[in-house]
Design a protein around this ligand. Structure first.
Ligand code: PAF
Length: 281
């Protein structure tokens, strides 16, 4: 696997593949890769002739009091894992390559509506940063397809909407959330958890399962949401939301609506914020 830092080198390699009629799959990441990321690479590997991954800790998607500085940067280890998964090319750009006029002065992409709720409401500006960097990376790599994890459900919806609205010629593929044996969704941020918090963390997934069961039994959605938030709060979580939404557009379901729903939770344990979701289909 080759690693390149600058746009010209990236484009030269991809141009060579294109010249041979090969298709390109792309997996954008912020590094510190785990089995969840590796499953995205595997999916891209199965669907495209060549696989490009990026590792870029994107400053514009972090709020002023978030973990940009302490976000784990483990490039050497990431390179080994990517090579093992059959990734062909790693793009690991400097901030100046992605933001030539500075991150604060970049053109910014705002996806309306979808970004005004849930993560968007709790992390103002986060999805503008995500949409902007993903659009820039798509322009650099020009992939046929790109793979995103369902773990960041709202992010996936935002990217799908951006691609459709801007007519970007890339197919978005969703990969299922990878979990530890006890149900905790894999995330680079799990390593911030203390042993006590790590023992509590799988309750997020347990609560999502319970939300699914209760809705299946016909309980009213607001009651299910309230019960989920209370259960997490009693267990020691600081709950941002525990809700059931329409998977399509994250809008609140109409009364009696039971098809195409998803349960989503965001909650803090100490200084770690966990997010997870469970599509009901
Ligand atoms: O999901 C992530 O790791 C990031 O939000 C992404 C898509 C790589 C954009 O920086």
């Amino acid at each position: 696997m080759q690693t390149v830092q600058d746009a010209a080198a990236l484009r030269a390699v991809i141009r060579g593949w294109r010249g041979q009629g090969q298709t390109v799959g792309f997996v954008p990441t912020m590094g510190n890769l785990h089995a969840g990321h590796h499953s995205l690479i595997k999916l891209a590997r199965a669907r495209a002739d060549r696989v490009v991954a990026s590792v870029f800790v994107n400053p514009t998607q972090f709020g002023p009091n978030e973990d940009f500085e302490r976000y784990p940067r483990t490039l050497a280890q990431d390179q080994v894992g990517l090579a093992e998964q059959g990734c062909d090319l790693l793009f690991a750009p400097e901030v100046a390559t992605i933001y030539p006029f500075g991150a604060a002065h970049s053109v910014s992409i705002h996806v309306p509506q979808l970004t005004e709720t849930l993560e968007g409401a709790h992390r103002p500006g986060h999805f503008d940063g995500v949409a902007t960097v993903v659009c820039k990376l798509f322009n650099l790599v020009q992939p046929d397809l790109a793979v995103f994890g369902q773990k960041d459900f709202q992010q996936l919806k935002v990217i799908e909407r951006m691609v459709r609205d801007l007519s970007l010629p890339v197919k978005i593929m969703a990969a299922p959330t990878q979990r530890a044996e006890d149900g905790l969704a894999l995330s680079s941020r799990n390593q911030y958890l203390t042993p006590e918090e790590r023992a509590l963390a799988p309750q997020v997934q347990a609560v999502l399962q319970q939300m699914h069961e209760l809705v299946g039994k016909g309980h009213a959605i607001p009651v299910v949401e309230q019960a989920a938030a209370s259960k997490l709060a009693r267990a020691g979580f600081d709950v941002d939301y525990a809700v059931i939404r329409r998977a399509e557009d994250l809008a609140e379901p109409a009364e009696g609506e039971r098809e195409g729903l998803v349960a989503l939770v965001a909650a803090r344990l100490g200084r770690t914020r966990l997010i997870d979701n469970l599509p009901f289909d």
